[in-house]
Write a protein of this length. Structure first.
Length: 471
């Protein structure tokens, strides 16, 4: 008996990575993408000599699986590593960007923190670990271990940069589990960083703050487009999955495409979309379990504003990765990436590209401003922070009304529900940024990891079929 294909719902990077490796393992796949393109939030636009990234700007190589995917997709020759001179990262304080220290000595000489904050870091190894098992926000955790200034000037900016989130809501256990684990295991973040480094090296993992970052010659969109090319006719665009039904042979998907309704039989299903769309998808096999609670997962809006300037119109050298902006500094931007300093060919000669982000949990109402107002807002902040003069010669904005899932305090109940869904609906697998981490690298690894679980399930289906045929 021929094995029915595995259905992958969602043509973002998680779904494409999963489908790519399932296909390489000899399993037929069908990727259903509701929109007219693959890649999800990954989209790169080349115009007038500028390259604008809509969503993420880099991939962090936190796992060996990420580099392996690039090699397996045949993209090693198109991979771009950042300019070595662009390692500097800035955090705004005193209304100007100050370079983050890159060493312990640098931390104690930086102007980013007061003597009181530096003393709090020295005291951190002696702060008692929390033993009552209560979940904490990252704000509560940092206040307890490192103090208010470290929260206001560093962690607030980090949470805005990663999650576009609120540190008083984001859960340390759910969003930054390794920090919580360092305290639980070693009693100290500093001790854990030193002692835990050996274990990470054994697993081949790299901490995100030290992971190599990269892109491709024509931007990050190269990766999803190449994976889609490798998958060929298995990718079906403009096709919405409207219902899932389970039967003895596996799963039946009801589809809507081109104004027509149809059905397709599949051996298993990988859901790699968003949590809120999963909450809207009827799944007959789940009763009495309901996905409705997943609607409660918060996705704040974020706008990406890409601006190009003449080099002489920007006073700051912008020789680094970019800058994060704490709320206490009073600016509207969450942060800015120095895109053309990171990689070549992101701007014409004598120009530079700056990619800024607006909205999130800090200022959700600003993300929906008209494009012209978003650009004006960004220019005003950049004028103060980077000494930008005059008008941009290139501008591009994109708004994500529901951008990044917030792993807020209490998010564990959603992960428990996801586990319950998979246990109840055998052969349905959940993967993606709502499940396994919000970064681009997390999403890639999530897609790679789900393959093993699907393979095991499909092997279990094959055995009874083989026995039946033999009989």
């Amino acid at each position: 008996m021929a094995m029915k294909p595995v259905a992958v719902i969602g043509g973002g990077i998680t779904g494409l990575a999963a489908a790519f490796y399932l296909q390489r393992k000899g399993m037929p796949v069908s990727v259903y993408e509701a929109s007219g393109r693959v890649g999800g939030v990954i989209q790169s636009v080349r115009r007038d000599g500028y390259l604008a990234e809509f969503g993420p700007n880099t991939i962090l190589e936190t796992s060996p699986k990420i580099g392996q995917l690039v090699r397996d997709a045949g993209l090693e020759g198109r991979r771009l590593n950042p300019d070595p001179r662009a390692e500097a990262r800035y955090v705004v304080r005193y209304r100007r960007p100050i370079e983050m220290p890159g060493s312990p000595l640098g931390f104690f000489t930086t102007k980013l923190f007061s003597a009181k904050a530096k003393l709090a870091v020295l005291r951190e190894p002696f702060v008692p670990r929390r033993r009552d098992g209560q979940e904490e926000s990252i704000a509560e955790f940092v206040q307890r271990r490192l103090g208010q200034e470290f929260l206001d000037q560093a962690i607030d900016a980090l949470v805005a940069g990663v999650y576009a989130g609120d540190p008083y809501k984001i859960s340390v256990q759910q969003a930054f589990p390794k920090l919580a684990q360092l305290e639980a295991r070693y009693g100290s973040l500093i001790k854990g960083q030193i002692l835990g480094g050996r274990e990470r090296r054994k697993r081949g993992e790299v901490a995100k703050d030290r992971a190599p970052k990269f892109s491709f010659d024509e931007g990050l969109q190269v990766l999803p487009e190449t994976l889609a090319e490798r998958l060929g006719d298995a990718v079906r665009l403009n096709t919405t999955v409207t219902k899932l039904k389970q039967n003895e042979a596996g799963w039946v998907l009801e589809l809507h495409s081109g104004g027509r309704e149809s059905e397709a039989q599949h051996s298993a299903v990988v859901y790699a979309g968003t949590a809120y769309r999963l909450a809207q998808l009827p799944i007959e096999a789940l009763a009495p379990v309901s996905t409705a609670a997943l609607r409660e997962i918060r996705y704040p809006p974020v706008a990406s504003v890409v601006l190009g300037f003449r080099r002489e119109d920007v006073a700051h050298p912008c020789a680094g990765f970019g800058m994060l902006i704490p709320r206490v500094e009073g600016f509207k931007l969450l942060g800015t990436i120095f895109s053309s300093s990171l990689f070549p060919n992101r701007a014409p000669a004598g120009h530079l590209t700056l990619t800024s982000y607006v909205g999130g949990e800090r200022y959700p109402e600003l993300a929906s401003l008209p494009s012209a107002e978003l650009c004006a807002l960004a220019c005003e902040d950049l004028r103060v922070l980077l000494g930008v003069r005059g008008k941009p010669v290139f501008q591009h904005t994109v708004v994500y009304p529901r951008a990044i899932p917030q792993y807020n305090v209490g998010y564990g109940k959603f992960r428990d529900l996801m586990n319950e869904i998979e246990a109840k609906a055998q052969g349905l697998f959940l993967a993606g940024h709502y499940r396994d981490g919000v970064s681009l690298s997390d999403s890639i690894v999530s897609g790679c990891n789900v393959v093993e679980r699907v393979e095991k399930h499909v092997a279990g289906l094959r055995r009874p079929a083989e026995l039946s045929t033999a009989a």
